[in-house]
Design a binder for this molecule. Structure first.
Ligand code: PLP
Length: 432
């Protein structure tokens, strides 16, 4: 009853577009490891890690203790006008991990603000309001970021304070170049990039922003090397490359610490958020010093880089590095991909299995390969009934996304695989 009443109050006080998952939404009451427990006492294996936010998992002693010791100082927030040791240490670590020479870091509270900052820096630096983005992208929900988002359901380009052109490359499964080999796909996308620059801009473009694997867009996974080839074209025009690593950072893709590294290129700026705080609100941008320092006006974020968030994030980042969670993501991600590909081979409702590391998607399709969002909703409910939480997404809402905490164990991976297999079979049967 209390649960139903809370749901009614949520619906009356929150905007309509703030949709909840599940016909009977969940209220999480406690969490530990990779599992969350709802108010009714049901426990679920969380295969979406919050929203890729709990990269390490829940109730991790090393992180909780660090946060608690910061709370014990009495300093929840001290103005960013003063020195904050954890902020400086975290910035140093991220600058070093970025691989960007002479890098500086600016902290924000979210991925949206991180991308807004990167766009502000690039447009100021290049004295141009023209930006290139990938079709099917998601970069956030403030004025500039919502304008460059290339997914109809999340976009509002009429509000754009900047000029945007969109390029092929991200969403291969439904692209006109889908049937091509990796090498030819890259060539076709590079030709498209060049044509977009030549035909829709005056050439004075500020930057191109890419998600190495599109997150909200359905974990679309372009062939390795694509963005390195893009960079060669961008360099001809002096266009900066921004890698939005809000979902792909911190080793989640298994092979590399940043998703963009699979493309053999160092971007001019990296934006980050989500997993860094392991649930605390923190984001930021790391970029070459001549880019960060190009702003003449003052700029500040009141809460960005506050002591509580940077203390927690530093503990989370240290944990992630000390336990080599990137390697774990690679190993268990391969196991999950293999297992799911075997299931998909027997179930035509799964049109595509893709991803890297612990970022794996199932694209659900109808008999003619058309997007099947109803099957995605059904799979969400089926997995929940069996004790597994997963994510949904994709341009057509027909993609199931799997992104568990990177501390996942082999036994938990097998448990999820079993639940997914049973759930896919149930959805396939329902659809017959
Ligand atoms: N960029 C990417 C790739 C994202 O996936 C998201 C959020 O899902 C954002 C930016 C926006 O981040 P936030 O919701 O923290 O503002």
């Amino acid at each position: 009853m209390a649960h139903r009443e809370l749901l009614a109050r949520h619906r009356s006080v929150m905007p309509n577009w703030l949709a909840l998952y599940y016909e009977q939404p969940i209220e999480i009451a406690s969490a530990h490891g990779r599992r969350v427990t709802d108010r009714e006492g049901r426990t679920y294996l969380d295969f979406f890690a919050g929203i890729l936010t709990n990269a390490i998992g829940y109730d991790v002693a090393e992180i909780s203790d660090a946060i608690r010791s910061q709370l014990d100082t009495g300093v929840l927030h001290s103005s960013t006008l003063y020195l904050i040791k954890s902020q400086v240490e975290l910035a140093e670590k991220i600058a070093q991990l970025s691989g960007i020479p002479d890098a500086k870091v600016f902290f924000t509270n979210s991925g949206t603000e991180a991308n807004e900052t990167a766009l502000m820096l690039a447009t100021q630096y290049r004295r141009s309001e023209q930006v290139l983005a990938l079709r099917n992208s998601y970069h956030g929900r403030a004025f500039a970021t919502v304008a460059i988002t290339g997914i109809r359901g999340w976009s509002a380009s009429a509000l754009s304070p900047i000029k945007v052109s969109w390029v092929h490359g991200g969403y291969r499964y439904r692209s006109p170049f889908r049937e091509l080999s990796d090498a030819d796909y890259i060539k076709a996308c590079v030709a498209d990039l060049r044509e977009v620059i030549e035909t829709t801009t005056a050439g004075d473009v500020a930057c191109m922003i890419v998600e190495p694997i599109q997150g909200v867009g359905g974990f679309t996974t372009p062939p390795d090397g694509l963005f390195g080839e893009f960079k060669k074209v961008l360099d001809e025009y002096g266009i900066l490359l921004v890698s939005d690593e809000v979902q792909t950072g911190w080793g989640r893709t298994g092979e590399h610490f940043w998703g963009i590294q699979a493309h053999d290129v160092v971007p001019d700026a990296i934006t980050f958020a989500k997993g860094l705080g392991n649930g605390l609100a923190i984001g930021g941008v790391v970029a070459r010093a001549n880019l960060t320092d190009c702003l003449r006006a003052n700029s500040i974020s009141t809460f960005g880089g506050n002591p509580l968030a940077t203390t927690g994030a530093l503990a989370a980042l240290n944990y992630l590095l000390e336990h080599d969670l990137q390697a774990n993501a690679g190993r268990l991600g391969s196991r999950l991909l293999d297992g799911l590909r075997a299931v998909a081979a027997a179930q035509p409702v799964v049109g595509d299995v893709r991803g890297k590391g612990l970022m794996i998607a199932l694209e659900l399709v109808g008999p003619d390969g058309e997007p099947n969002p109803a099957a995605a909703v059904a799979l969400l409910e089926e997995t929940r009934d069996r004790g597994l939480l997963v994510g949904k997404g994709g341009l057509y809402g027909n993609v199931i996304r799997l992104a568990p905490p990177m501390t996942l164990t082999q036994a938990e991976a097998e448990e999820a695989l079993e639940i997914l297999t049973q759930s896919i079979e149930a959805v396939a049967k329902e659809g017959q």
